[in-house]
Write a protein that binds this ligand. Structure first.
Ligand code: NAP
Length: 250
């Protein structure tokens, strides 16, 4: 059977994989959840919206005759990743996850960790400070319990209403760079950074900025690991698919 891939996307890595596959003439569809109003243009076919749980995804894999499933979703997208494991088993479709290694602290980093978003919010109890809250809009509600702080938010789409009482919202889409993030944190007199331990290069700039400015960072741990094949790079996915020979230049 010729290859016909489904990439679960919504990340920089998924877009990079789509580009590498398109360059090699591999048939692939990139799937978006539909959270972002205008996702970037892609060099492969795209589809948008949930599948209807693991069963729905398994049905899609069968109906669309998907030969390989690649989970390139964000490390914190726990539900779709669990669904992918279950659906691949139901449909008998080979699955690999493209997972960015988590960030680890280096010299000069002042990091603490929190097990989840709720714990990160509780850890902010105390006098008011200026916080760069580097989380997506779906995770902001937990911080309503700490309204004393001023929050700097960076969101992909403009919010319909202010998500927290005391906020500055910047609308921007990564990847970001360390010099610009350092200037941003400095301009907003940020004193603390709260982020998910997403890993990856495009979102790392805020950590480099925090290091440059000597700011404490609270990183939220990833959800529990799944039992599945995992690789760390686009080149590894190409190898898994048997396209490693054509991999020069990726
Ligand atoms: P989630 O909680 O794991 O998934 C919730 C539901 O959304 C899934 O059950 C599925 O619906 C649907 N879904 C999620 N990703 C999908 C995809 N790529 N294609 C089709 N349906 C998808 O996911 P999430 O954390 O809300 O993330 C949603 C999207 O945003 C993902 O594509 C992820 O890569 C991206 N993203 C997430 C984060 C984050 O911090 N969580 C950050 C950056 C980007 P059904 O059950 O109906 O199939």
């Amino acid at each position: 059977m010729s290859q016909n891939l489904l990439i679960l996307g919504g990340t920089t890595e998924a877009s990079a994989l789509a580009r590498a596959l398109a360059d090699r003439g591999v048939r692939a569809t990139l799937s978006y959840a539909g959270r972002v109003a205008a996702p970037r243009a892609q060099p492969v076919a795209t589809r948008t919206g949930g599948f209807g749980g693991a069963e729905g995804l398994a049905a899609y894999l069968r109906v669309e005759r998907i030969s390989h499933l690649i989970d390139a979703t964000h490390p914190f997208a726990a539900r779709i990743s669990a669904n992918a494991v279950a659906a691949a088993r139901i449909a008998g479709t080979p699955l690999v996850a493209l997972v960015r290694p988590p960030w680890t602290p280096g010299p000069g980093d002042r990091w603490t960790s929190a097990p989840d978003v709720a714990a990160a919010a509780m850890a902010l109890a105390g006098p008011p400070v200026r916080v760069f809250l580097a989380l997506g809009r779906l995770h902001l509600a937990a911080f309503a319990s700490q309204p004393q702080h001023h929050y700097l938010l960076r969101l992909v789409d403009p919010p319909e209403a202010p998500p927290l009482p005391n906020v500055t919202v910047i609308v921007a889409r990564g990847p970001f760079n360390a010099a610009a993030d350092t200037a941003l944190l400095h301009a907003h007199a940020i004193e603390r950074v709260v982020a998910k331990n997403a890993g990856g290069a495009g979102a790392q700039a805020k950590l480099e900025a925090a290091r440059a400015l000597g700011l404490p960072v609270m990183l939220i741990d990833r959800p529990r690991a799944l039992v599945r094949a995992e690789v760390a790079t686009v080149a590894d996915v190409l190898g898994w698919l048997g396209h490693a020979q054509a991999d020069r230049g990726v």
